[in-house]
Design a protein around this ligand. Sequence first.
Ligand SMILES: Cc1cc2nc3c(=O)[nH]c(=O)nc-3n(C[C@H](O)[C@H](O)[C@H](O)COP(=O)(O)OP(=O)(O)OC[C@H]3O[C@@H](n4cnc5c(N)ncnc54)[C@H](O)[C@@H]3O)c2cc1C
Length: 383
Amino acid sequence: MDLTLSPSEQAFRDELRAWLAANDPGEEPEGDEAGFDFRRAWQRRLADAGWAGVAWPEAYGGRGATLVEQAIWNEEIVRAQAPQMANVLGLAMGGPTVIAHGTEEQKHRYLGPILSAEEIWCQGFSEPESGSDLASLKTRATRHGDEWLVTGQKVWTTLAHHAKWCMLVARTDPDAPKHKGLTYFLLDMEQDAVQARPLRQITGEAEFNELFLEEARIPDENIVGGEGNGWMVAITTLMHERATLAFGLQVAVQIALRELVEQAQRTRANGRTAAQDPLVRDRLAQLRIEAEALRLGAYRGLTQIMKTGVPGPEGSLGKWQWSEVNQALTELAMDIAGPRAMIGGDEWSYRFLRARANSIEGGTTEILRNIVAERVLGLPKPR
Ligand SMILES: Cc1cc2nc3c(=O)[nH]c(=O)nc-3n(C[C@H](O)[C@H](O)[C@H](O)COP(=O)(O)OP(=O)(O)OC[C@H]3O[C@@H](n4cnc5c(N)ncnc54)[C@H](O)[C@@H]3O)c2cc1C
């Protein structure tokens, strides 16, 4: 792949940089609710200026940008250290899934409010006994006239406590083979039959939830991709989750590494700085190499998307590598801090604790390794 930007790509990047420089949103306030409101307002501002969902078709509020421009957007937004968007799952996964498999009516109904963060989305895939083996899920949807009644339990449902819509995969045909009996629904979260109970994480935040469904109602028109096609639609969602995030994540790693080097230069022990310790230097150099491999891998994944039009299994490799680099980076930060790390409470301790989830969220490392082995390298499946 040619890594130099064309004149129009450079112009796109410069316009975005200029907009970001002129629209500094300031510091994010403390507290779950205040922080979320701040991220929602930030996303609204980007959407109003045409900087949300840049690669979505213009007919649905996007900018019709190319995939390279989308990648530039992901890089620049992280480079500017802008706040996260509030509707991260709607933007990265829900919207692209509706664009790929939704009806015209669904595209017009759902995509605009995703961009403006007016309607927040969550992802109801995982269940207490179905995480990696998603196709074994038990949440049941049964048809009653022109609507469906859904009963079951989901877990780890990020943002369910803020969400209006849930990308819900449920079993509609218990007699069909497990991958074939699933349907992909858009569930309205604003009904009594849906209860979200926040789960508190090791970081102290409650980012995700248990989700209890007791005869929740979904009209027929909220099926995406047709009855019984839920597995195929869910795969689209998961591929987008892994592929499109790669660009931002690799820049985030580069920034974190730069901050860690500065931290090592500032931290003194035994008459020298941590940056003068040969073992720390070795680990920093190794991280630098891995961060660069991550960057080049993200470009390689992009080349694949440009060839085929859809994210492929290569995204799994980037997500797996990123989780390892990010965990190694935050572990080194803890080692540099030394015994002070035990007290915690600073930004690095937060990042260290949050990074533990990196090798689970969006597919565990073991599962991603299997995907890379079988679908990227073409190795035989284990019996
Ligand atoms: C921060 C965070 C946010 C999340 N947000 C969401 C969300 O919004 N929506 C949602 O639906 N889910 C979400 N998840 C759930 C996530 O996708 C699952 O945790 C993940 O898919 C693993 O499922 P599980 O936890 O049930 O583990 P299990 O599938 O029970 O796995 C347990 C262990 O066994 C290993 N294992 C399982 N099967 C195999 C195999 N075939 N080969 C080798 N090893 C195997 C796994 O790697 C893991 O180490 C989130 C998770 C986290 C941590």
